[in-house]
Write a protein that binds this ligand. Structure first.
Ligand code: AMP
Length: 289
């Protein structure tokens, strides 16, 4: 089996992945899985740190999942940097990197997928039809292959967290979900693999997303509880920026992501916008992260 100097196992093989976790489980040790699509940044690496707190063996999967990209989306041009990713993940102490090929995960067109029947109608699910079916299907497959005790996801993709939590509960996956806070650049921009697409001007315009959320958070902390007023505050920031086309900006219930009229601690402020040709999302939890 291929191993790096630090004894990280790097494998593309589903069988080898299963064997590795089976031997660890046989010793009574705990396993954590951090699913990613690679082009790793500090946000991903913090998920590894979080995973380490919960498990003896930390597995990171890197798989750009074609099933979760719609026609005309950025599957083909999604950033890929396997060598750089391995250096970063190994440097952060990962135990196993699982890099399956598309043909191994989908040897034929799937006959069975995991399709949400709720929680997907709005926001990302509305703009990206079929996206969460692709996400849940690949997450279910990865959970079956790695069989972790804990799966670590980022709050950055909050609707994904909501749907994964629903899948784990509704389909009785024996997996604990751990959600890690969003990691930001020093100026507030949420880290994202897609930030690599931003030129200098777009990078600066993209700050409108986090600024809009921070403006909402500040207004909440000053006592504003009316969602429509908070939304206006955020939209004013977005419309003041050049080249930023909002898809949505909303105040939503953290459990259902349904819009709320009055906000309270725990309400999610979330935004999606196109900055030039790059689509970015971000959120903050009022009174929290
Ligand atoms: P991705 O590779 O974009 O599919 O993301 C893989 C995991 O990393 C998901 O659980 C994301 O929510 C999480 N993630 C992405 N960006 C960040 C960030 N800036 N902070 C924390 N987690 C993140």
């Amino acid at each position: 089996m291929p191993t790096t100097a630090s004894s990280t196992l790097v494998t593309a093989s589903i069988a080898e992945m299963r064997t590795r976790v089976a031997s660890v489980r046989a010793r009574g040790q705990r396993i954590a899985l951090v699913p990613t699509m690679g082009a790793l940044h500090e946000g991903h690496l913090r998920l590894l740190d979080t995973a380490r707190v919960h498990a003896d063996l930390v597995v990171m999967s890197i798989f750009v999942n074609p099933l979760q990209f719609g026609p005309g989306e950025d599957f083909a041009r999604y950033p890929r940097d396997t060598e750089g990713d391995l250096a970063k993940a190994v440097g952060r102490g990962v135990d196993v990197v699982f890099l399956p090929a598309v043909d191994a995960m989908y040897p034929a067109s799937p006959r069975v997928t995991v399709t949400p029947v709720a929680l997907h109608e709005r926001w990302e699910g509305a703009i990206r039809p079929g996206h969460f079916q692709g996400v849940l299907t690949v997450v279910a497959k990865l959970l079956h292959i790695v069989a972790p005790d804990v799966a670590v996801f980022g709050q950055k993709d909050i609707q994904q967290v909501t749907l994964v939590r629903a899948m784990l509960g509704d389909l009785d996956f024996p997996v604990e979900l751990v959600v890690a806070p969003t990691v930001r650049e020093a100026d507030g921009l949420a880290m994202s693999s897609r930030n690599a697409f931003l030129g200098a001007v777009a990078r600066s315009n993209a700050l409108a997303l986090s600024r809009a959320l921070f403006a909402i958070r500040d207004a909440f902390e000053r006592g504003e509880l009316d969602a429509a007023a908070l939304e206006r505050t955020g939209r004013a920031v977005l419309s003041a920026a050049e080249g930023v086309t909002p898809d949505y900006l909303a105040l939503a219930d953290p459990a259902t992501l349904e819009p709320v009229e009055r906000v309270s601690t725990g309400t999610v402020a979330m935004v999606a916008a196109r900055v030039g040709s790059t689509r970015l999302i971000d959120n903050v939890i009022l009174g929290g992260g």
